[in-house]
Design a protein around this ligand. Structure first.
Ligand code: NAD
Length: 491
């Protein structure tokens, strides 16, 4: 293919898009077709440095001290402007990820709007901690904490929900008066640039939002996290990369917020409303082609209803419609890349070696000539695996789950908690007390009963173990993106 006629996806530094260096382009591939749609300008170390310096200038130039009402008003204008340009964001997200257009509208872009509105509300309503301290002689001292922006925040995000996850961090960071340097995933660079346009349109000061494109190690990601000018890192991605980023920032002791991988369990009791549970489980296994950190990859089912749940899930998996992401009837897109498909197929092979029964899927679908070059994969369900097998222990991040039986509540809890990850879980039961009891014992950050991925953006979000460090959402975000200075005055 001749590449000179392709569109460039550019870096955004100090309020301007940077002219691309044509020697530093990499391909932006449409995962549905395998076609190269654009070239991305990979930022070098000096461009990342410029971005960090411009972020510092924006902070010092007044953004950090801007009244909260000005910042929150700006965030609301961002939300309005994304709504006005809604279909542009949808098209960019679909082209980068191959996800179904209906999902991009209802989940990804809708949540970006909600992120800006919610964090405007949260920041506007935030108070501050204060304590009256009893002193000898009947006097008191007033302690109160003034929250200041963290500073220049490095924001590193993955490819699965690019705009949703980016705005989940950028909205609270800006609400708190920080300046950000964003490194989107190399797979999905487009919507970060569209957001740059919107932020400039609504009047964000130059330098408060920068975008640097590239990869991780020895590229823009590492140049950013190793830069001495950053004051903190908020990272969403795999646990292995999180660990590397932590090592990079450790010498300079910067705060980190890590939203990492998962190996999430669902527990299905035999008193369940079968139809409702099957609908919920299907969403939890197959949404976004299984590429959501919260997706279920382990389904523990009470032995009495095991066959019914297995049969019901197989029917629903086969009813999913893979195909053109722009078709409104498509429910399921491709995986993000051929490399990721190779990884998922590697787990198909491991499951087979471990003696799994493939209830459905297990291969690559034939979707015709146009989609032949895409990274398509069949929705897949297994039985016959145990907790010792790698497909049950490791995050696969595809449209795949292992179904395993249990006999007692205690056994189900032990099986679900038998993992180094700890992001999310769901419990399916009609027994209210059991639902609460089991949900509370899950070793995770988010525990649902008869639901999945039902979010209130004011509630804490994050994981335990390999799934992360810290929480974001509502006040938790305000805490990460600010630093308190405690003032103490004897009265
Ligand atoms: P990844 O870790 O490969 O990459 C994430 C980001 O980090 C990308 O922008 C990448 O370029 C960058 N990066 C890679 N190496 C780096 C380095 N050494 N220094 C700095 N940056 C570096 O993850 P991915 O494959 O893009 O995303 C999938 C993973 O993200 C899954 O594990 C999934 O569970 C996780 N995830 C977690 C959450 C959550 O909220 N917990 C949400 C979505 C996805």
């Amino acid at each position: 293919m001749t590449t000179h006629s392709l569109r460039w996806i550019r870096n955004f530094v100090d309020g301007r898009f940077v002219d691309p260096d044509i020697t530093r382009g990499f391909d932006n591939v449409d995962p549905a077709t395998g076609r190269v749609d654009a070239l991305v300008h990979e930022a070098d170390r000096s461009l990342v440095d410029r971005a960090v310096r411009s972020a510092r200038r924006a902070l010092d130039g007044g953004w950090a001290q801007a009244p909260v009402r000005e910042r929150t008003a700006l965030l609301r204008r961002v939300a309005d402007r994304i709504e006005e340009r809604f279909e542009e964001f949808v098209a960019a997200e679909v082209a980068d990820t191959g996800k179904p257009v209906v999902q991009a509208r209802e989940l990804d872009v809708a949540r970006a709007v909600a992120n800006f509105r919610t964090f405007a509300d949260v920041a506007a309503a935030a108070g501050q901690e204060s304590f009256l301290t009893d002193l000898t002689g009947g006097r008191q001292a007033l302690n109160y904490a003034v929250r200041k922006p963290l500073g220049v925040v490095a924001v590193i995000v993955p490819w699965n929900l690019p705009l949703l996850l980016l705005t989940w961090k950028v909205a609270p960071a800006l609400a708190c008066g920080n300046a950000v340097v964003v490194k989107p995933s190399e797979e999905t660079p487009s919507t970060a640039g569209l957001l740059a346009e919107v932020l400039a349109e609504v009047g964000l000061p130059p330098g408060a939002y920068n975008v640097v494109h590239g990869f991780g190690a020895d590229s823009a990601g590492e140049f950013l996290t190793s830069h001495p000018g950053i004051d903190g890192v908020t990272f969403t991605g795999s646990s292995a990369t999180g660990s590397r980023v932590m090592t990079t920032v450790a010498p300079r002791v910067r705060p980190v917020s890590f939203e990492l991988g998962g190996k999430n369990a669902a527990i299905v009791f035999d008193d369940v409303d079968l139809d409702e549970a099957l609908t919920g489980l299907t969403r939890s296994v197959f949404t976004n082609t299984g590429q959501v950190c919260l997706c279920t990859e382990r389904v523990y089912v009470h032995r009495r209803i095991f066959q019914d749940v297995a049969a019901g899930l197989v029917d629903r998996a086969r009813a999913l419609r893979l195909g053109d992401p722009c078709d409104e009837h498509t429910t399921t897109g491709p995986l993000i890349s051929q490399a990721h498909r190779d990884k998922v197929r590697g787990y198909f092979a491991l499951a087979e070696q471990a003696g799994a029964t493939v209830l459905t899927g297990g291969g690559v679908p034939d979707l015709g000539a146009t989609l032949k070059g895409g990274s398509w994969i069949e929705p897949t369900l297994w039985t016959g695996l145990s907790g010792a097998d790698r497909p049950v222990r490791e995050e696969i991040f595809g449209p795949v789950a292992a179904l395993m039986p249990f006999d007692t509540e205690e056994e189900a809890i032990a099986l679900a908690n038998d993992t180094e990850y700890g992001l999310a879980s769901s419990v399916w039961t009609n027994d209210l007390r059991r639902g609460h009891r089991v949900a509370q014992r899950m070793k995770v950050g988010m525990s649902w009963v008869n639901a999945w991925f039902l979010r209130d953006l004011r509630s804490p979000f994050g994981g335990v173990g390999l799934s992360g460090i810290g929480r974001e959402g509502g006040e938790s975000s305000l805490h990460f993106y600010t630093q308190p200075t405690n003032v103490c005055v004897p009265l």
